[in-house]
Design a binder for this molecule. Structure first.
Ligand SMILES: [Zn+2]
Length: 113
């Protein structure tokens, strides 16, 4: 899984971090080429979150093995920072899938112009 912001699958137009994080999982039209694509959020989210869970389990097990008297607050803060980092990375796992524009939609877009 590559961690980078998604680009338009048709024209490779770039979208900002803020734009991508505000997007819902839905069909959208590119601001640049006006072609349709679908925003895919769930897949990246599931992969990232499972990865984070494994990392957290490993970190906690490792720390307990090294030091059994580890401060619980330190441990909580460490876990929290890993989760925060994951949430910040989340928009980088969003992907755009090219979709065909239906004839009715094409007509509607033409009428708008
Ligand atoms: Zn485009």
């Amino acid at each position: 899984m590559l961690l980078r912001l998604p680009v338009c699958p048709h024209c490779h137009a770039v979208y900002s971090y803020a734009e991508v994080s505000a997007m819902k999982q839905e069909e959208r039209f590119c601001y640049h080429c006006k072609k349709k694509y679908k925003v895919i959020k769930t897949k990246g989210k599931v992969i990232l979150m499972s990865f984070v869970c494994i990392i957290l389990i490993c970190i906690n097990l490792l720390l307990f093995t090294i030091n059994e008297d580890i401060n619980i607050i330190v441990l909580a803060l460490l876990n929290l920072s890993v989760i925060t980092a994951a949430v910040l990375i989340l928009p980088l796992t969003v992907r755009f899938k090219a979709e065909k524009i239906r004839k009715a939609e094409k007509r509607r877009l033409k009428n708008k112009q």
